[in-house]
Ligand binder design. Structure first.
Ligand SMILES: [Zn+2]
Length: 295
């Protein structure tokens, strides 16, 4: 097993940033014993399970005032981006929503994207300091004002992290969908071939990261092109510091801005146009504005 994950850092101290890459060995070992939760979350647990998204019992300790909005957020994102759950059924895979020990105190959560389309997990830091709504809201406000995290509405502070991680998952879904194209298939075969030749876990991690970053770069460039076409030259300062660490984080941050703000930035809006081209998006909210700009 093993692999790498993108973690969402809490910037107590940016000098200790690991730029979103962490080693996941310890955390993933306990994944198999993590049973589905018995909490119902107003029926959402079952609804999500039918869509192959499993809320695990390790999340039971997260206070409901935080976790219930997160569960609702995941549900609403799966209804907006329907391919995110269709693809799970098609590939007979599950996405687990879990809580676990983090390799550093700086990570709030991470998404594990496996070496193939497997072992999909969104994992929250089980440290209780990340499980207090007041603390989360205060910290989010500070980080957003400092420009470390991307802009989002106050009432969505509690959902910022889960939306960011879901953004990484959406990137993974787009990569998986790309296997239906000839180019995508060639890229994938080369990647699997490189993986098979790797002699140790560090090498494997680098190959996985490279494959994922290549896609993120391609996607980010498309978003920039869309931006120039519809909104003019983009201002990179609209991206958070965290989003500037690499293109995977840029993608996740723009996804967060788009889905946690009533008024996303133009880069957030360009991201929605990009997504609507690449996958099914129910009622893309910027569509009206986009059509207006087209005229
Ligand atoms: Zn991230």
């Amino acid at each position: 097993m093993g692999g790498r994950g993108s973690c969402y850092l809490n910037f107590y101290d940016i000098s200790k940033s690991t730029s979103g890459d962490i080693d996941l060995f310890d955390i993933l070992e306990s994944a198999e014993e993590d049973k589905d939760t018995e909490k119902e979350y107003n029926g959402k647990t079952e609804k999500l399970k039918q869509k192959n998204i499993h809320i695990k019992e390790s999340t039971d300790k997260i206070p409901e005032e935080i976790f219930l909005p997160n569960v609702y957020k995941i549900d609403s994102l799966t209804r907006k981006y329907t391919d995110t759950t269709k693809i799970l059924g098609k590939n007979e895979k599950e996405l687990a929503i879990r809580s676990g020990k983090m390799p550093s105190n700086y990570a709030a959560a991470f998404f594990h994207d496996g070496t193939k389309f497997d072992n999909l997990q969104i994992v929250f830091n089980k440290d209780l300091t990340f499980s207090n709504k007041d603390i989360i809201e205060k910290r989010s406000e500070i980080l957003i004002n400092k420009g470390e995290w991307i802009k989002c509405d106050k009432e969505e502070y509690v959902n910022q992290t889960v939306t960011h991680e879901f953004g990484h998952y959406v990137q993974k879904v787009l990569m998986q969908k790309d296997l239906n194209t000839k180019q995508g298939r060639i890229r994938y075969d080369k990647y699997i071939d490189e993986l098979s030749k790797a002699t140790n876990i560090k090498e494997r991690q680098l190959i996985v990261k490279k494959y994922s970053e290549e896609y993120a770069t391609k996607f980010f460039k498309s978003i920039q092109r869309i931006h120039r076409k519809h909104f003019g030259k983009e201002n990179i300062n609209n991206l958070s510091e965290y989003g500037k660490t690499n293109n995977r984080e840029a993608f996740a941050e723009l996804f967060t801005n788009l889905n946690c703000s009533k008024e996303p930035s133009t880069l957030g809006k360009a991201t929605e146009i990009f997504l609507a081209k690449k996958m099914s998006v129910k009622n893309p909210r910027i569509k009206k504005e986009f059509d207006k700009n087209k005229k």
